[in-house]
Design a protein around this ligand. Structure first.
Ligand code: UDP
Length: 310
């Protein structure tokens, strides 16, 4: 039986990855400190270790080591900059050491934030980014960029099998909607379902491209397993760019909400535009996102409505 270690396996994406790994017949170990979780949601068949990844070590060996633990929500990470950096620098190093000792495939979920506020759209992997090294978002952007450098150093020095994914705004069931953890889609859906004001930062003209979790999961599994993907750095996302304002309108229409738009001050250093160039992932993984935004929103709205009885 192959063994996989997943840091952050209790999170939104991590818990879906655990389900997939179990279905594929792997033995799954999760290390997670539950620091950004509301509840435990790892499948019961996983071996669960409650610990921050930056304090984690083990003598056990694995076939795959996946480092997912991170604090990706801007309203959260800007309030917790040191914990954010810890999981990316020391956390990445710890997971790399375990992978190296195990002779495992090392898989890292980096971020589209490594591109900062890009002046090339859609963004290809060859774009080096436009990032403020000490700005409000630097605790996340720069530590993710550092992680990538660290991973490539292990690859160069030890010839390890490493794979770096840059996900672009993934959403869907199990994503948090509450407080500072809520990313824009679950937050707007929750506000719309409660007929509360939709909190648009700035003028709402800023854009993102969104990927439904099932498409992310398919790409990620292929990326983890496919021998052709060894050493690759790949954008996993969508190239369908949409403004925050249009996103709010879509959610209001689908939910038939009575919410009004409340304009709040812009977030500091909020990237103005973001959309993924996914040609490389298409080519290497023979993958194509299948769930359009409308369909993904309907499914996520359904899930949140059921979960919160709204
Ligand atoms: N956003 C917003 N209102 C909110 C939350 C987010 O207008 O309550 C905007 C935010 O300014 C950004 C986009 O939605 O331009 C995506 O934000 P999110 O927090 O989901 O993640 P990001 O892509 O910035 O990391």
């Amino acid at each position: 039986m192959q063994k996989i270690l997943i840091s952050g396996g209790n999170g939104f994406l991590g818990s879906h990855l655990c389900d997939k790994a179990i279905n594929e017949g792997l033995s799954v170990t999760v290390v997670d400190d539950l620091s950004t979780s509301k509840e435990k949601q790892v499948p019961k068949d996983t071996h669960f270790i409650k610990k921050p990844v930056e304090k984690f070590d083990t003598k056990e060996k694995f076939d795959f080591v996946v480092h997912l633990a991170a604090r990706p929500s801007p309203d959260d990470y800007t309030r917790n900059p040191l914990a954010t950096i810890d999981s990316n620098d020391v956390g990445t190093r710890n997971m790399l050491e375990i992978a190296h000792r195990s002779n495992a495939t090392f898989f890292y979920t980096s971020t589209s934030e490594v591109y900062g506020d890009p002046d090339v759209l859609p963004i290809p992997e060859t774009y080096f980014g436009y990032v403020n090294p000490n700005g409000a978002r630097s605790c996340y952007d720069e530590s993710k960029r550092f992680s990538e450098a660290l991973i490539k150093a292990y690859e160069r020095q030890y010839g390890m099998d490493v794979r770096i994914e840059r996900p672009f705004n993934v959403y869907g069931p199990r994503i948090r909607e509450d407080g500072f953890y809520g990313r824009v889609i679950p937050r707007f859906i929750d506000q719309a379902l409660r007929n509360k004001p939709i909190t648009v930062y700035g003028d709402g003209k800023q854009t993102r491209s969104y990927l439904y979790f099932a498409d992310w999961l398919e790409a990620t599994w292929k990326f983890l397993k496919d021998p052709k993907a060894k050493g690759a750095v790949l954008n996993i996302g969508s190239n369908a760019e949409i403004s925050v304002m249009s996103l709010a309108e879509k959610i209001l229409n689908i939910t038939k909400s009575r919410s009004r738009i409340a304009y709040l001050p812009p977030r500091e250093e909020d990237p103005k535009r973001r959309a993924a160039d996914i040609s490389l992932a298409r080519k290497i993984l023979e993958w194509e996102p299948e769930v359009g935004l409308e369909e993904g929103l309907v499914k996520t709205i359904w899930w949140l409505r059921e979960k919160n009885r709204l």
